[in-house]
Design a protein around this ligand. Structure first.
Ligand code: KIV
Length: 259
């Protein structure tokens, strides 16, 4: 049985595009919540906030603490938490850790990276009523070196088609398709009855997700699929420059800002 909230996302397939974004803290979650269907506390926080060279360095405590903060800002969207590397190696470890995350963060579900390899674990979690979101294509927890797109060869293509079908059969409520070739992302989307959420995988997907810090221009990423919708780095610089000038001149704090 899927939780009510995950069912709502499922229903959107073929009806309206699903809007998803990441958040790592309350302030951002609060601002994006009215516009999103799903907010992911992604383990991308490892590279975005902690400057790690891999998401493998993110641990459960970090995910839980950031998620607790995000929870305070999410009122309407579905809140999903990424399970970090090495926290779902087998059925019992996965269930124990997912239950802990669900209980401590009050999230609506979790996300795991992997296809057929993790099917028994997914089935086990679903059996114990944990709403699970899948993630295939580029899987940052397994990637070493440069990120490339997936679906170039027939072998890769068949594997991804099988992975998505297996995940659907195992009971995930949606699947993130990361950097999957355009036509293949359409083929996957058309071949399953659960929503696909693309990141670098074409507008054929049922929804899209982006790292909010990238979208806002808070990172220096040059990844092809990232479209910057704002220049917050520039805004921060300008604001701080003005503050510095005011402090140096002694014009801040003026009487208006004093007791
Ligand atoms: O960790 C993350 O933020 C993600 C998404 C971008 C899909 O997995």
């Amino acid at each position: 049985m899927l939780a009510k909230t995950s069912k709502l996302i499922l229903k959107k397939k073929h009806k309206s595009k699903i809007v998803c974004l990441t958040a790592y803290s309350k302030n951002i979650a609060e601002e994006i919540d009215s516009y999103t269907d799903l907010i992911l506390v992604g383990d991308s926080l490892g590279s975005v906030l902690y400057n790690f060279d891999t998401t493998r360095k993110v641990n459960l405590t970090m995910m839980i603490e950031h998620s607790k903060s995000v929870r305070k800002g999410v009122k309407k969207s579905l809140m999903i938490v990424d399970m970090p590397f090495n926290t779902y190696k087998n059925k019992s470890q996965a269930l124990k850790n997912c239950k802990k995350v669900m209980k401590e963060t009050k999230c609506d579900g979790i996300k795991l990276e992997g296809g057929k390899k993790i099917i028994d674990i997914v089935k086990h979690l679903v059996k114990f009523k944990i709403p699970v979101m899948g993630h295939i294509g580029i899987m940052p927890q397994s990637v070493r070196g440069k990120f490339k797109y997936k679906g170039k060869t027939n072998t890769e293509k068949n594997k991804l088609l099988k992975d998505s079908k297996s995940l659907e059969e195992a009971g995930v409520f949606a699947i993130v398709l990361e950097c999957i070739e355009r036509k293949l992302s359409k083929e996957i989307t058309d071949s399953i009855n659960i929503p696909t959420i693309g990141i670098g995988s074409s507008n054929f997907c049922d929804g899209q997700i982006m790292v909010t810090d990238d979208l806002l221009g808070l990172t220096d990423t040059k990844i092809k699929f990232v479209k910057k919708y704002a220049d917050l780095k520039g805004s921060v610089k300008n604001a701080v420059k003005k503050f510095k000038l005011d402090v140096k001149k002694g014009s801040y704090p003026s009487i208006k800002y004093s007791y």
